[in-house]
Every structure is written in C-alpha cells, then in structure tokens.
Ligand binder design. Structure first.
Ligand code: TRP
Length: 335
C-alpha cells in the first residue's frame, strides 16, 4: 500500500464560517478524510496579526473547532488542532524568518491589501506568510488545499523550503497547492459576480448564509438574493444570469440532484418559488450540522479534552522535523 498523501490546511478563527466555506472547502475535506492523511489547523496565531478582542477570539476559536467537528471532520481520521497549542509552529517560524528576505514578504499582494487598510501595520502582518510556511513544512505536507487568494503564499512556502534546504541541507519537501477550479465557487447572494466572503461583503447582511444561521436568517438572505429581470430558471455562464445560476448551484450542492432534474423541476416556476425552495434546502442541510454543533458546545469539558489530546498528537507529529531543523542550524548542545 502506498503511503497516504499528507494534506494540511489552516482556517482562520475570525470569520463566521458560511455555506461558501462549507461547499467550497470543508465538505471536500470531510469527503477526502479516508483518502488522505489530513491535518487541519485553526490558525489563531495568524488571527492576531490584526488586533482581536481577546474574549471574542477565545470564543471564536472554540466555535471554529466545534463547527468543523460538526461538519464532519472526524478526529479518528484527521488531526484537527489549534495552532497556538503547539509551540513548534512559532519556533519553526522564527528559524524560517532568518532565511526569508524581507523583500519576498513586501511583495505579497495580500500583505499589501491588508496593510493598506491598517493605520499601523504590525511586524506580524508582514511575517504572516512565514508562519504559514512553518505550519505546512512542519508536517512535511504534500498538498495544501486553499483558495485562489493563497496561491502566492504557497509559492513563497516552496521558495522558503528550497532556500532552507540549499543553505542547511535537505530538510523539507516541496508542497503543492490544491486550488479548486472555478465553478465550485459559491457567490455572494447580494452580488453574485463576487465570491462569497464575509470580510469583503458590500452588504454584510444579505451577502452570505452562516452555518449557524437560523431558518429565519437563511430566508431573510435568500429572499433578497439578486436575480435578473427575465424569468428563466437555468444554469448559465451568462453574467446577467449569475444570481439564478448561483441559487441553482447552491440547490444542487445541498440536494445532490442532477442539473437536468433541477432544471426540469423549476421550469415554469417563479423566482420567488425558487428562492423559497433553495432556502428550504439550505435550512434542511444546516439542521444536522447545527444540532451536532450545539452538542459539542454544551460539553465544554469534552471539547477541551479533545483539543488537548489533538495538540499532543500535533506536537508529536511535528517533533521529528523540528528536531532535524534544530540540528541543521546547530542547536544541538542539549539534544
Ligand atoms: N492564510 C490562510 C488563509 O487565510 C490560512 C492559513 C494559515 C493556512 N496557515 C495555513 C492555509 C497553512 C493553508 C496552510 O486562508
């Protein structure tokens, strides 16, 4: 049997996870758990590169772990842990800092975008991609499933890996990004030509459906979804049908029905009826996730216990690579 590929991904605990995150990423991670050696990390160290209220952050970290478990990340198959619980991430990030030219970081487009929105830019924000490289290289990941916006960070991780290996000898492998093709993308309901994203939403209230939204909240977003002035309910690449196409895509993803079946079903119906049925499909799909989530959140001790055990496993898994790195740079006196 060939060894399973190691897949690593990081999830920020700051945004409220929405159906775009679920259909575009989480659902695929859940499905691939049997095929891959999957590692998921809630990246709280990355979160504080922009100031976070500590009480809010604390709750968000728990919620993110609970929600990922509720979505079907299975602790018996995958490793899901919180980044700050494993000191090796910070340790490796420091060592990688010392082989990473500042110029590489100043060129990152995400840094430039985020920095432009800040009054005062922290060193951590500039250094963000080095910590991300440490996350990935610590586990010798083969694949990194991320969105298009992270392509540059994965390239940088490869550059850092090559540079460290060149300076100190072969230590890290070269990870590949796993970036989904367009089409699997869920768009904002208010603005169906831009990808669903809580942070970049023009209209925060009607843009996305959160995984924890109540049936009323789901309907209030869906009933305002942007459509067009025609009547045709069809899958289409035509930009003016983007709203209807997005509604049908969401319906298809949650019901698992075929495109033909869906188009036949909706033929001749009105947009109002389409929206109601998409909302019902979403509500139905979110119900079991929310029930499981509530169970996890009710038992704080069990969740803490889980996080502690997961952190220990992550520390054990990353220890050999960190040890090699320290040997390579000459930190061996007490080894
Ligand atoms: N920067 C990633 C994002 O915002 C999150 C992240 C941190 C990550 N560390 C990672 C993603 C390691 C993949 C691998 O989406």
């Amino acid at each position: 049997m060939t060894k399973k590929k190691i897949v690593f991904s990081g999830i920020q605990p700051t945004g409220d996870l929405h159906i775009g995150n679920y259909l575009g990423a989480i659902k695929h991670w859940v499905a691939d758990q049997d095929l891959c050696d999957s590692i998921f990390c809630v990246v709280d160290l990355h979160a504080i590169t922009i100031f976070q209220d500590p009480r809010v952050l604390r709750d968000k970290i728990r919620q993110t772990v609970g929600l990922l478990l509720a979505c079907g990340i299975d602790p018996n198959k995958s490793l899901l842990f919180v980044q700050s619980h494993v000191p090796a991430h910070s340790e490796l990030a420091w060592i990688l800092n010392c082989v990473t030219p500042v110029g590489w970081l100043e060129r990152m487009t995400q840094y430039k975008d985020k920095a432009a929105k800040q009054e005062s830019v922290s060193t951590g924000l500039l250094d963000y991609p080095v910590l991300q490289a440490a996350d990935i290289l610590l586990y010798q990941a083969d694949y990194v499933p991320v969105g298009e916006d992270q392509r540059q960070h994965i390239e940088l991780t490869r550059d850092i890996s090559l540079r460290f290996n060149h300076l100190y000898g072969e230590t890290f492998n070269l990870p590949d990004g796993m970036i989904p093709k367009v089409g699997a993308k869920i768009m904002g309901f208010d603005e169906p030509t831009t990808k669903m994203s809580k942070s970049s939403a023009v209209n925060q209230n009607f843009h996305a459906v959160g995984l924890l939204d109540s049936p009323d909240q789901v309907w209030s977003v869906l009933k305002r979804a942007t459509t067009d002035s025609e009547k045709e309910i069809v899958f289409s690449d035509d930009p003016k049908k983007a709203g209807v196409n997005n509604l049908l895509t969401v319906y298809q993803a949650f019901t698992g029905k075929s495109r033909d079946e869906i188009q036949a079903h909706f033929a001749g119906q009105l947009y109002g009826a389409l929206k109601r049925q998409v909302a019902d499909a979403v509500i139905e799909a979110l119900k079991p996730i929310q029930e499981r989530y509530n169970q996890y959140m009710q038992d704080a001790t069990a969740l803490d216990h889980y996080m502690r055990a997961a952190a220990e496993r992550a520390a054990e898994r990353s220890a050999p690579t960190l040890k090699t790195v320290k040997e390579r740079v000459g930190f061996t006196l007490l080894a």
